[in-house]
Design a protein around this ligand. Structure first.
Ligand SMILES: C[S@@+](CC[C@H](N)C(=O)[O-])C[C@H]1O[C@@H](n2cnc3c(N)ncnc32)[C@H](O)[C@@H]1O
Length: 280
């Protein structure tokens, strides 16, 4: 593993002062149908206590509370801005703590489920994260790790060459920016083995497909245009694409351009969301 950073930040740069709450809100509004489907698949029951570890801006707190109320839903996150955002949307009955999930200020064996989405791949030691979560679970309690693919899957149904080049450019960008190696980018397929390796029982995985065609909901369009086309792809990919491919990509990503991807009849987007579950 090529984790050369010398800072105390997480693998993907998380600290108490880092703030990407806008991106988290966009993602949760975008993927809400599939995230709620994933929560529904857990067959939670009223009265269960649930921890959302790395709760980010807290959208899932209300979705979880709807399943387990009057049971408790607790969120924990290290980032001040994310915690503040989560507190502003959390149901009154939920508690949102600021802290490190690796050393959580919580009672051991007090939860029936630890739900943790897009977090374990941010830790320098994912297995330490699983160990920390399992100590919080009652006997028979479950860990549910969710992971959406960090890198784009399929965007440009009409241009597989550009799609392949963009995928590779994004991988290269992540490798360079965070000094990751190829294995660190295997996120969605790392979580199942992680739970198995931790010795959890009845480990299983299920993948939900986030599939969008045009026309799409405003929440879908906002996420793709702002979080992906503008913030992830625009300037960041410049060094990794030829000038002509970069220009073609910019035209596809520009809502003011005639080639804007989301206005195409054949726009067909696929991204996976994998849930791996194990019991203590
Ligand atoms: C990609 S975000 C996911 C947030 C949320 N679960 C969601 O699905 O929108 C990762 C979150 O994990 C938090 N995080 C990373 N390492 C953490 C740690 N060691 N303890 C607590 N929170 C952590 C970050 O601050 C960030 O809010």
């Amino acid at each position: 593993m090529a984790h050369g950073s010398t800072t105390a930040a997480g693998l993907l740069g998380d600290t108490a002062t880092r703030d990407y709450s806008r991106k988290l809100k966009l993602f949760n509004a975008f993927a809400e149908p599939e995230l709620r489907e994933a929560i529904a698949s857990l067959a939670l029951r009223p009265g269960m206590n649930v921890l959302d570890a790395g709760c980010g801006t807290g959208e899932a707190l209300g979705w979880l509370a709807a399943e387990v109320s009057p049971g408790a839903v607790v969120g924990i996150d290290m980032a001040t801005a994310h915690v503040n955002a989560a507190r502003s949307v959390a149901p009154q009955s939920s508690l949102v703590l600021q802290g490190d999930l690796l050393a959580p200020p919580l009672e051991p064996e007090s939860f029936d489920l630890a739900w943790s989405v897009n977090v374990i791949n941010h830790l320098r030691s994912p297995s330490a994260g699983v160990d920390a979560l399992r100590t919080l679970l009652r006997p028979g309690g479950r860990i549910a790790l969710g992971q959406s693919s960090l890198l784009p899957d399929m965007y440009f149904a009409w241009d597989s060459r550009l799609e392949r080049l963009v995928n590779e450019a994004v991988r290269q960008y992540y490798r360079d920016r965070y000094r990751l190696d190829e294995r660190d980018l295997a996120d969605v397929r790392a979580i199942f083995g992680l739970l198995r390796k931790a010795g959890l029982k009845n480990v299983r995985a299920r993948t939900f497909m986030i599939e969008r065609v045009s026309p799409m909901r405003p929440a879908d369009e906002s996420y793709l245009v702002e979080a992906i086309f503008r913030d992830t792809w625009s300037g960041r990919l410049q060094p990794y694409l030829s000038q002509s491919d970069r220009q073609a990509l910019m035209r596809l990503c520009d809502p003011a351009h005639a080639d804007f991807a989301l206005r195409r009849d054949d726009f067909h987007f696929l991204q996976t969301f994998t849930l791996a579950i194990g019991e203590v």
